[in-house]
Design a protein around this ligand. Structure first.
Ligand code: DGT
Ligand code: MG
Length: 411
């Protein structure tokens, strides 16, 4: 029996945006188990349940020490009966039977494989499973019509399931920067998403683009995409006007700016760095942009092949890796977003994540402050006006929150 007076009872604020959550945490096993149940709920298109598990996982990530006894959890927010049962199971037996059963379930496995295809969501996957499709091969053989995104997703499935490293993200960053300043000098590119929060790997690379003079960013996205396309960097792209309409957010999106905020979902063709070759062919210049033409650096990669799936650099004999079975490029998911400078702080905050942190910020704004926050603006319903901000710090201040830096937004 544990003496209750000796048990350290944890306490954390209710909203993830009130807490500092680093990448490291003291309760990885528990958080991971609850995240898997969250993932499973999301795969089943049950977002409400998914969020409940995500919130619970985030509470565990924020605790200052490993949980050793259920009594420590008394009074913690976001831990419902279901989550407590899972935690108890793990504390007592080392594993959760529900989590293990989920991992083994055919449906979970099939949903994960199918939604793992870029362009395939939970609803589509569920429909395919009803048609008896559980694997990629079955999907290929089924004759189902795939849209352009799904075709690209299937074609590059393996590459897109390999984690992107920070080094790869930085290389892509240099390419994007080069594209952006070529078509609009003075424009700026910022790495957002998980990499901005200090993650060392990611499932994609996220960039936010702006220009210090309001309005100059208009029409930028198509030009950037054309430039990237002309240089052979894109295996797939789809540019959309931002359709980030969270129905609860009311007027957080200024109507006049709708057309200026654009997003491009893309798949990049990234030439793999080969240290041996780089050595053979000479050093990269300081900025990495002046590599001799035949060195096949991703930065000098000029597409000459009409088939973008073939790396143009393969033209040089030195780069005949494909003949020997080593492909010298890989596909990487890249998201580009353009924001006018007046909305930049909101866009930066909104695209840095984590997803749960974002969600909690908006929940905090709505429920605690009667404000509507989006990646475009902050609207104060009490004062019936927009609150301006030129930095993330100012937005936190408007929301009455202590500033949390990106590295501590890993909820
Ligand atoms: P990753 O890529 O798996 O390493 O992890 P993250 O945190 O980079 O996640 P990701 O790339 O899915 O999204 C980056 C952030 O961008 C995410 O935390 C929230 C935000 N975000 C994602 N999708 C949307 C969207 O459709 N609209 C807006 N405004 N923000 C989004
Ligand atoms: Mg990302």
């Amino acid at each position: 029996l544990v003496d209750e007076t000796e048990v350290e009872v944890f306490s954390v604020p209710s909203y993830a945006c009130q807490r500092r959550t680093t990448l490291d945490n003291h309760n990885n096993v528990l958080a991971h188990a609850l995240s898997l149940l969250a993932e499973n709920a999301e795969l089943e298109d049950e977002d409400g349940r998914g969020v409940a598990f995500r919130r619970a996982a985030a509470v565990l990530k924020a605790l200052p020490k490993p949980v050793t006894s259920m009594m420590q959890l008394r009074g913690l927010p976001c831990l419902g009966d279901h989550c407590l049962r899972v935690i108890k199971d793990i504390l007592e037996t080392g594993t959760s039977s529900e989590v293990e059963a989920t991992k083994q379930s055919e449906r979970y496995k099939a949903l994960k494989v199918l939604t793992g295809i870029f362009g395939v969501g939970a609803k589509t996957a569920a429909r395919w499973i009803r048609d008896g499709i559980h694997t990629l091969q079955q999907l290929r053989d089924s004759g189902h019509t795939l849209n352009r995104a799904q075709q690209a997703g299937l074609e590059h499935y393996e590459d897109l399931h390999q984690q992107v490293t920070k080094a790869e993200a930085d290389t892509i960053g240099e390419i994007v920067e080069r594209a952006v300043v070529s078509v609009l000098p003075g424009a700026q590119v910022v790495l957002t998403g998980g990499f901005r929060r200090g993650k060392l790997t990611g499932h994609d690379v996220d960039f936010l683009i702006t220009h210090p003079v309001e309005g100059r960013e208009e029409g930028l996205m198509p030009k950037v995409v054309s430039w990237l396309e002309s240089q052979g960097f894109l295996l797939y792209q789809k540019t959309t006007r931002n359709s980030y309409l969270e129905s609860n957010d009311g007027p957080a999106r200024p109507a006049s700016n709708i057309d200026r905020f654009e997003r491009c979902l893309s798949i990049f063709k990234l030439i793999k760095e080969d240290k041996h070759e780089t050595k053979q062919l000479g050093k990269l210049s300081e900025n990495g942009l002046e590599t001799p033409e035949d060195t096949c650096s991703s930065l000098t990669h000029v597409q000459t092949d009409p088939n973008p799936a073939t790396p143009s650099c393969a033209k040089g004999q030195i780069h005949s890796g494909e003949d020997t079975g080593h492909r010298l490029w890989r596909a990487v998911r890249v998201d580009l977003v353009v924001s006018p400078i007046s909305q930049f702080a909101f866009a930066l905050l909104g695209w840095t994540g984590s997803k749960l942190f974002e969600r909690e910020l908006r929940r905090w704004a709505g429920y605690e402050k009667a404000m509507s926050l989006s990646s475009h603006a902050l609207y104060d319903n009490n004062q019936s006006r927009y609150l301006r901000a030129t930095s993330e710090e100012e937005i936190f201040a408007h929301l009455g929150l202590e500033y949390i830096p990106p590295s501590e937004r890993n909820a």
